[in-house]
Design a protein around this ligand. Structure first.
Ligand code: Z5A
Ligand code: MG
Length: 215
């Protein structure tokens, strides 16, 4: 309590975004370990969450095992976030920090790169929890394509990734933290630790929740 005002300490919602193979998954797991070792309660999340019924449809689409209309798959990606929204809020409220590998920004960047209207793409995301921190791991599509495992899934094509990079550029605002993803893994990790820890501490002090996409 501070005066009469109750401070609701909570976990932080930290999102990593970027092109295919920019290093999100590597950095998410390193950050989770670091925060755990620092005594924080933390979980690793990712979107798409391929374990749900909706997630299985998305996974089949990404593997080119099924075909879906561009708007239909866009709405499935969004539904995949909505089906986790209440769990997300309860985890954060109980003090768990969530490190999330892709979120709504991926949804809008990838679908608008196909030519769908940005406002239309944003609409189903309105009301989801807004991240406390968005970190963009910045790499050129050409450099990313040189990394291991590229090319297996539907969107892993250089020309498409170039359009995704432009879409991210449009979405990016002054609140995003941008890290050069071509640096050595350890250097990126070090920068990320510092930015993330500041965010976790701010949320512990009782930062109110906010929702997408009200500004
Ligand atoms: N998608 C969508 O359309 N709509 C949505 O709403 C959402 C997603 C949420 C699946 O995503 C696809 O879904 C994705 C967007 C779309 N399509 N694409 N493209 P995903 O998350 O399952 O897959 P991904 O993120 O695109 O790919 P990835 O393999 O998971 O990449 P990553 O996590 O960013 O990178 P990584 O696995 O950490 O590293 C990749 C390689 O690079 C690996 O060999 C590392 O050892 C290496 N690496 C990592 N960092 C470095 C550095 N710093 N230097 C050198 N090498 C490095
Ligand atoms: Mg990944």
């Amino acid at each position: 309590m501070e005066g009469n005002k109750k401070i609701d300490s909570r976990g932080a919602l930290i999102v990593l975004e970027g092109l295919d193979r920019c290093g999100k998954t590597s950095q998410c797991s390193r950050l989770v370990s670091y925060l755990e070792e620092s005594g924080h309660v933390v979980e690793s999340w990712r979107f798409p969450d391929r374990n749900t019924g909706v997630g299985k449809m998305i996974s089949s689409y990404l593997a080119n095992d099924s075909h879906l209309d561009d708007r239909a798959i866009h709405l499935l990606f969004s539904a995949n976030r909505w089906e986790k929204r209440s769990l997300m809020e309860s985890k954060l409220s109980s003090g768990t920090t969530l490190i999330v590998d892709r979120y709504s920004f991926s949804g809008v960047a990838f679908s608008s790169a196909k030519g769908l209207d940005v406002e239309w793409c944003m609409a189903p995301e309105v009301g989801l929890l807004a991240p406390d921190l968005v970190v963009y791991l910045d790499i050129s599509p050409e450099k990313a394509a040189e990394r291991g495992g590229y090319g297996g899934e539907r969107y892993e094509k250089l020309e498409f990734q170039k359009r995704v990079a432009q879409s991210y550029n449009t979405l990016c605002d002054a609140t995003w933290k941008i890290i050069d993803a071509t640096l050595p893994i350890e250097d990126i990790e070090k920068q990320l630790r510092q930015i993330a820890m500041e965010c976790v501490q701010t949320c512990e002090k009782g930062k109110p929740f906010s929702e997408l996409w009200l500004n």
